[in-house]
Every structure is written in C-alpha cells, then in structure tokens.
Design a protein around this ligand. Structure first.
Ligand code: SDX
Length: 428
C-alpha cells in the first residue's frame, strides 16, 4: 500500500502520493499540487526539494555514505581506474574487459583538439583564470562538431560526443595551463593512459623525456574518482537544467563548469589553500580565524568546511586526508599548510558552533594539498575538480535526456508592486 501525504488548505484536504527510493528515501510528489490546489511550494536553494529521481549516485549525509551505481566510493577509489568509473557512471555498469578496452581505445583516439582551437587559446591573457578558459573552450568545441548540436540524435552520435568530451577535456585543461605559462603546448600521446597523458601534457616540455611518477599518477587517479559525481549538486543541476532546453551536451557541460567555479562549490578547493596560506602568513593564529568564521558580521567562512548534505563527515574528505599524508610522504614533500589544515580541523571540530551545525571538512578541504604536492598550481585546482566531475555531469545529462524529462522551469511567488498606471516622462 503506497503512502499518501494529506495537505489541508482552506479547510479542504488533498492527497499527494509519497514515493520511496531503492535506499528507502521518501519524497512527497507535488507534481499535481498546483492543478489541484492553486498553491505551489517554495524552498529557496532547494534545501528540501528533489528535482528528479536518479539511479546514478546515492549519498547518505547522516551516515557519510557515497556510492556510484551502488559501488562504495572507498572501493572504487582504492581499486578502479578513473576511466572505468567514468564508464560506470555514464553507462550504468562496470565495463567488461572487452568493453573497457574498446572505451579506452575510443577515448585515446579522440584526445586531439582541432588545431584552430589554439587561436582561441592564444588570445587569452596569461592571467586568464583557467576555469574561464575551460567554460569557453568546451562551448567553442561544439562549433567544430555541428552534427553534435542535436542532443536527441541517435545513440552513436551522442556516444561520440560523450567520448570526445571525456577525451578532449584533459587536453584543453593542460593547454589552458601551458598557455598561462606561455610554454609550448604538449600534444597527447596515445602510448599514455588517461592520467599519464594529462600529466605529460601539463608538465612535459619538448626538450626532455617525460617520466610520470606512479605515485603521482595513482594519486591523480584517486582524486578524479573521488570527484566523479555527487548527485544533484549545484553544477550537476545546472547541467541538467541547461540540457533540459535541448541545448547540446557541450553547452550543458560548459554551464556546469561555470557553476562549479564558484567558491561555495568547486572553487572552494582553491579558496581553501588561499585561506590556509593566509592563516600561515598571519602566524597560524587558528583561534582568530575560527572566531572570524563564526562571526555573523564577518563574511569570512571556513572554506572546505560544511556541506549541504553531509552533516557528519564527507567520506571523500576522509580518503583524501589519508591520501595527503601518503602522497606527501612518498614524494618527500613537507607542506606546512597540511599541518595547519589538520590543526584547523581539530580546533573547529572541538568548537560547538561547528558541531551544532554539522560543519565538517568536505571534499575540498584537503584536496588542494595533494594537488600542490603533484605540482598543480592553485588556479588549476577547480579545473581538476571539473576533470573529475565531467563523467558525472555527462551521466546526469544522459539520464535526464533518456527519460525525456520536461524543460526545467521553476515557479515563483511574486512579491513586487501591484498593478499601477504608466506616468509619461514629462509628468514625473
Ligand atoms: C562542494 O552539493 C555538493 O554535493 C557539492 C560538492 C560536490 O561534490 O559537488 O560536495 C562539492 O561544493 C563542497 C562544498 C564546498 N564549499 C565550501 O567549502 C565553502 C564553505 N562552505 C559553506 O559555504 C557551506 O557550508 C556550503 C555552501 C557548503 C553549504 O551551505 P548551506 O547548506 O547553504 O548551509 P548554510 O549556508 O545555510 O549554513 C548553515 C549554517 C549557517 O549558520 P546559521 O545561519 O545556522 O547560524 O552553518 C554556517 C552558516 O553560517 N556555515 C558556516 C560554514 N558553512 C556553513 N560557518 C562558517 N564556515 C563555514 N564553512
């Protein structure tokens, strides 16, 4: 017997069905509420509102659970290759050996970017933020594939677009970095796997042989997996709503990159390092910064802390914190900022303000410390987040398109002026 929610308005009771998910999550389906009652609901920031059902990612904020298509993030981060996880998110199951080889082969042979893209790249100033370059480049990429403009085309055309995006985004990301350094661009080499190829394009130069340290390759692989999807977060919701107008996939992903850029979302990983550096340069006075974060009159927030869903701990942060120790030890890197981060976490988690509000380190709190150890510059941290999140965005877009979901168009409650007559300029 399915549950019903009764809503009584102006003395009349209406029934709304309750839906139950595969992990027993409950929701009141209000899709017929306005037609039945004339009322809508309102929930600024969608803190209590689901936008869709989805079979891609499950997370439990109270228990700190995160699974991609049912597989626990801890197992995937420890045992899988990033492209395997990309396949899992986009196509719904782990690939067989044959499927994985075919997928990797296809990705490898689409890593090159049209040579004309260099003209756009070289027009950017050296100080251009790479997230701005990424958002623009991904949308520009669509113009080189006019046949990909129609997202409703048959599967093979959509698959080709998906493979092109997964293959070319690392090339564009590395080129954005090389452009900022005014260093020669490095072209992808088919002999390298996904992570090695990216590191080669980022750090190699034409005059010497490149060697990718397996410690760095494995750390990058783990970080990309940990960022690969996170259900209906700000940027994934952006990809869905842009895609719901039947804009092409490149444009939808470009919009997701723009949403991720914000310091409250993916931009937090850059903001965390800038915050930790500021604390270090300020003599490491942790209490002063904790007080600032608690002061309602101070716009400062503890970057990398807090989460809309996780109110106990972010499972990704736990894995990244351990990985940070491992990677820095293996690379022989000593980063005082890691110690400041650990001390800050300890002080904050013993402070009632943070405990009462369920504010714990999130995925962005420790990730930047590893990126730094890998030699990735701070301004590229959010690009790394986008590189990881790309298959998740694609999976969310694909699920929405395959379900034929309607264009996203929320309602509102008008609170402006009531009707009034126009007054000609000469009489005002
Ligand atoms: C990501 O959604 C996702 O899944 C995102 C993500 C993903 O994988 O896609 O996990 C990636 O974006 C992680 C979050 C990265 N952002 C940051 O680290 C920025 C700092 N964090 C905050 O800005 C904040 O915690 C958010 C944006 C993450 C969540 O904000 P919410 O859910 O809207 O919570 P809120 O702003 O309503 O805060 C509730 C209370 C408020 O205090 P009161 O009004 O109750 O007194 O907690 C306080 C806030 O002031 N608070 C903080 C704080 N975060 C929340 N106070 C100090 N420092 C913080 N970081």
């Amino acid at each position: 017997m399915s549950e019903i929610a009764n809503i009584t308005l102006e003395g009349k009771t209406y029934e709304c069905p309750v839906i139950t998910g595969s992990e027993n999550e409950k929701a009141i389906d209000i899709s017929k509420l306005r037609a039945q009652t004339g009322y809508i609901t309102i929930d600024t920031g969608f803190k209590n509102t689901g936008s869709t059902k989805s079979g891609i990612t499950f997370l439990d904020g109270e228990k700190g659970i995160l699974r991609y298509r049912g597989y626990p993030i801890e197992q995937l981060a420890d045992q899988a290759e990033f492209l395997e996880v990309a396949y899992l998110l986009v196509y719904g199951n782990l690939p067989s050996k044959e499927e994985f080889l075919a997928f990797k082969e296809s990705i490898t042979h689409h890593t090159l970017v049209h040579e004309d893209m260099r003209q756009f790249l070289e027009a950017y100033p050296a100080k251009a933020h790479p997230m701005g370059i990424m958002a623009a480049s991904l949308c520009t990429l669509s113009t080189f594939y006019p046949e990909s403009q129609d997202p409703t085309r048959p599967t093979e055309a959509i698959d080709l677009t998906i493979h092109r995006l997964i293959a070319k985004t690392p090339t564009l990301a590395a080129w954005a970095y090389k452009n900022a350094m005014r260093h020669p661009l490095m072209y992808p080499l088919n002999k390298f796997d996904y992570c090695e190829n990216f590191l080669y394009m980022m750090f190699a130069n034409p005059s010497e042989k490149y060697y990718a340290d397996p410690v760095i390759v494995n750390a990058l692989n783990k970080l990309l997996i940990l960022h690969a999807d996170h259900e209906q977060n700000c940027s994934a919701s952006t990809v869905r709503i842009v895609g719901s107008s039947q804009a092409n996939l490149y444009a939808s992903i470009s919009a997701g990159v723009s949403a991720l850029w914000g310091p409250l979302h993916g931009g937090a990983n850059q903001a965390v390092i800038e915050m930790l550096e500021a604390i270090k340069n300020d003599g490491g006075k942790l209490d002063k910064w904790i007080q600032k974060a608690k002061d309602k009159n101070d716009p400062f927030r503890l970057m990398g802390f807090g989460h809309r869903v996780y109110k106990n701990f972010d499972p990704r942060a736990k894995i990244i914190k351990k990985a940070a120790d491992d990677v820095l030890n293996k690379l022989g890197v000593v980063d005082p900022v890691l110690d400041i981060a650990k001390q800050l976490e300890e002080v904050a988690l013993s402070d009632q303000y943070f405990v009462d509000r369920g504010l714990y380190p999130n995925v962005d709190f420790y990730s930047g410390i590893i990126y730094r150890a890998l030699g990735i510059p701070t301004e590229m941290f959010t690009v790394m987040f986008a590189l990881g999140r790309l298959p998740g965005w694609i999976a969310q877009w694909k699920e929405m398109m395959e379900e034929g979901q309607p264009i996203g168009r929320p309602r509102q409650v008008y609170t402006g002026e009531n009707e009034r007559d126009y007054i000609p300029l000469e009489k005002r």
